[in-house]
Design a protein around this ligand. Sequence first.
Ligand code: FAD
Length: 403
Amino acid sequence: MNEFVERLVDLRWPSAVKPAYDVVIIGGGGHGISTAYYLATRHGITNVAVLEKSYIGSGNSGRNTTIIRANYGIPEAVRFYQRSVDLYESLEAETGRDVMHHTKGLLWIAHSEAGVRQERARAEVNTAFGARTEYVSPRQIQEICPQLDMTGQGQWPIYGASYHPAGASARHDRVVWAYAEGAMRLGVDIHQHTSVTGLQKSGDRIVGVETTAGPISAGIVLSAVGGHVTAIAAMAGVRLPIRTHQLQAFVTNRYAHTFAPIVASSGLGVYASQTAKGEMLIGAEIDRAPAYAYDAGHQFIRSCAFRSIALLPFLRDLKLLRQWTGVCDMSTDYSPVMGFTGAPGFLVTTGWGTWGFKAIPVGGEQMAALIATGRTPELIAPFSLDRFANDRTMADRGSAGTH
Ligand SMILES: Cc1cc2nc3c(=O)[nH]c(=O)nc-3n(C[C@H](O)[C@H](O)[C@H](O)COP(=O)(O)OP(=O)(O)OC[C@H]3O[C@@H](n4cnc5c(N)ncnc54)[C@H](O)[C@@H]3O)c2cc1C
């Protein structure tokens, strides 16, 4: 956190960790902090600590491409993400902070007959389960986004698309700060530069954490550590169907014109939008090999620039400004894993992969309800860890980042 941020929001840092909390949340990303926020605001549970090994938002929550949408591929996901779209729309009013939320509309391009069928199916399933999406023709696509090359440079012709009007973006670190401020105001302790190094056990039960600031007892321990979850879960003896993969993105210098919508293509594995400053923000699929490193590669730039220029030739005239990497907790069915783990006292919110920024409000809201009541809310029941043992996986490749 820097001086500017400290002036922008009123963050009341605690002086020292207490020896015990009702709830200890490991990880000061969007999911950890929004869970603390909803515990405090919706359930009056404020004896809560969030422990962050670096600064808040330093993980994927401060590294993503900020796309918010609900146009997923399966009913359970559509309902879940639509709740988050709704919560994002009221987040500024709720927190009193400008998180730069902006509804832009999202086009998902089809480059083949199979792609057309996929986007028609997406529109149907979205609309049936509460997230408005319509199938649009090439003529309509050109009206929504005149910059698209409808021939796809001869290789990737655009046959049609689904259009999701609720597609939006928000400034990622401001979302984290807004939730942190709201939680801290009600008494939640957020400790930066405090790493969890072990879990305390009593029999089978997890009863606290070991940290670089000393041991802390806890009624409940929630892991919200992004790509580092397998290390924390292993401390509890829990094995997760998660692999950690790098995901990279880049921004160009300022594009002089307005680029109104968000554009995504599963066929090309890229998506593009314009930042508030006018830069073009480009995201893509995960790197194939599992990794925990944050290095950014030239190979990614070459391949991703080539693919995005096939859609948007004007990108060729822009310059690359910044490139960065996050490490994503990818579940084997591309859906989140939330709730009980089989280890009493130890919960996870994970599997957020390339799609978890949009889920920060609903993820926090639902995990807070689970912790407060001890029961899994209906909205997240399909995303329990036991689905893998019970052969009820939630296979959803509704992200450009997962192909
Ligand atoms: C390049 C990129 C683009 C993306 N684009 C999008 C997008 O457009 N839309 C979307 O919805 N999602 C997107 N995502 C995914 C999204 O960013 C993540 O799913 C989401 O931010 C996960 O939030 P989190 O709170 O679970 O994890 P994180 O934000 O990673 O937070 C976890 C925190 O835990 C801390 N931590 C780890 N280990 C410990 C420990 N032992 N002790 C204490 N703290 C610890 C870390 O320092 C970190 O701050 C993108 C991700 C990347 C990398």
